[in-house]
Design a protein around this ligand. Structure first.
Ligand code: NAD
Length: 444
């Protein structure tokens, strides 16, 4: 099918590459000229496992084309995907500026029936706004009867496994009440719907709400476990034992119930805020979501508080090795990452950070620039040299195996602050370390 995707970020680029791999002819449009120039050369602006070969293959077969020419994009695609950012506004509500700009751009150029498919995460009612924006523009052009449909097709991919998630989705939600639109999308997604039925067709508003409900449920699981971890701290229980104890009940399950130093990224924080805002606009208080958010904000300070207490409130001149900058493993994304709150706290107390992340070093440099109190290190071992303690902020696989001999030799003092419960306290204790973790008795 002829498809155009507006927005070449984590969602748009991955979706476009996967659809091109399935032999669709896909044009990607972005307003970022630099990004499009790099993509044309097969240079991928983000880290996402498996994406680069797929994009290069799409370019080589001619199925994947990058452009800044919106008119060309509208003309090319029968199916037009909107996959642009929906950042939080000042009041936490989703800023629909980019979505509505794309809607107007489409309306300014379309001259036959188009299926406009919204993949961005947007509040309930956005499809109606997109429809109105397009209708208004078509009326101005003197072609008010030109047919189109606006479909909600929220995206559930996870950064770090985005390609695999799009190739083998858990479910494909299609929000439309038009049979023809449903058929078009069923046809497009048929290669990804082979082994069992994954397509869920529903009304547009339910599809829009499903995406927020999914992310808010996941954020709730994390904040719930973090709350229990804080209680475990106070009562002397071990959250890892509690996790096993509750996860073994299939009604709870083991997934997504790890205690840590809070969720981050471009989705959970903004989507929780946006759903709270949507609820408030309708006179509801969204008590659970408000608590989820405030627990998360406080949880990002959890390790910094322990570090300060350990060093008797004085970090001036101290040096910390920090393993992990991205908000989770397998991505270079540092948006709303707990590591950022942690570094700000350490810097605010006069400490220096020696940081290492397998993928986010470039992103870290882009965010913070060169500064005296941040040393960007070449390896995890390099980060340790001469540090007063090691801090783990992201559970990258390569941080899991710990060589306690090397660690002890490199650090000034054998102290580990583990924000992701990666190690066995007994092993570190036997090796002579002081070990602080989340919701487990600290070894001091
Ligand atoms: P992103 O910020 O990585 O990318 C958005 C892209 O849209 C940018 O390249 C930007 O230049 C481009 N853009 C902005 N205005 C444009 C316009 N008028 N025309 C063409 N391009 C334009 O965003 P993302 O992470 O891909 O997220 C996109 C949407 O998908 C958001 O609503 C997000 O909440 C949702 N989502 C994200 C994820 C995720 O893991 N990142 C997962 C599911 C859903």
């Amino acid at each position: 099918m002829n498809v155009t995707v507006f927005g070449t970020g984590y969602v748009g680029l991955v979706q476009a590459a996967v659809l091109a791999e399935a032999s669709n002819r896909v044009v990607c449009i972005d307003i970022d000229t630099d990004k499009i120039a790099r993509l044309k050369q097969g240079e991928i602006p983000i880290y996402e496992p498996g994406l680069e070969p797929m994009v290069k293959n799409g370019i080589a077969t001619g199925n994947l084309v990058f452009s800044t020419d919106a008119a060309y994009g509208v003309e090319h695609g029968e199916l037009l995907f909107i996959a642009v950012g929906t950042p939080p506004d000042e009041d936490g509500s989703a800023d629909l500026r980019h979505v509505l700009t794309v809607a107007r751009t489409i309306a300014a150029h379309m001259d036959c029936k188009k299926y406009i498919i919204n993949k961005s995460t947007v509040p309930v009612g956005t499809a109606d706004k997109v429809r109105a924006a397009i209708g208004e523009q078509l009326a101005k052009r003197g072609i008010p009867d030109l047919p189109f449909d606006v479909i909600s097709n929220p995206e559930f991919l996870k950064e770090g496994s985005a390609v695999a998630d799009c190739m083998r989705p858990d479910r494909i939600v299609i929000g439309t009440s038009e049979a023809e639109s449903e058929q078009k999308l069923r046809h497009l997604y048929a290669p990804f719907n082979r082994n069992h039925e994954k397509i869920l067709v529903m009304d547009v508003k339910s599809a829009e709400l499903t995406k927020y409900a999914a992310n808010c449920m996941l954020a709730t699981k994390i904040s719930f476990m973090n709350e229990i971890a804080n209680i475990a701290d106070k009562v002397g229980a071990d959250i890892e034992a509690v996790r096993q104890g509750i996860g073994s009940d299939p009604r709870v399950g083991y997934q997504f119930i790890y205690a840590g130093i809070g969720y981050g990224g471009s989705c959970f924080p903004k989507d929780v805020k946006a759903l709270i805002s949507s609820a408030r606009q309708r006179g509801l208080s969204a008590d659970i979501l408000t608590a989820v958010e405030s627990r998360n904000e406080r949880q990002k300070h959890y390790l910094a508080d322990k570090i300060l207490a350990h060093f008797n409130g004085n970090l001036n001149g101290r040096v910390f090795a920090l393993w992990g900058l991205s908000f989770k493993p397998n991505t270079d994304d540092m948006r709303e990452a707990p590591s950022r709150v942690l570094m700000d706290r350490l810097w605010g107390q006069g400490a220096t950070v020696r940081a290492f992340d397998p993928q986010a070093m470039e992103e870290c440099l882009r965010i913070y620039g060169a500064r005296d109190n941040l040393v960007l290190c070449d390896s995890k071992n390099d980060a340790l040299q001469g540090a007063d303690a090691l801090i783990i902020a992201t559970e990258w696989q390569q941080f899991k195996a710990l060589n306690t001999g090397e660690l002890k030799a490199a650090l000034k003092t054998p102290v580990v602050f583990d924000g992701r419960n990666q190690y066995e306290p007994d092993e570190l204790g036997e090796a002579g370390f002081e070990y602080y973790c989340v919701g487990r008795p600290d070894l001091t």
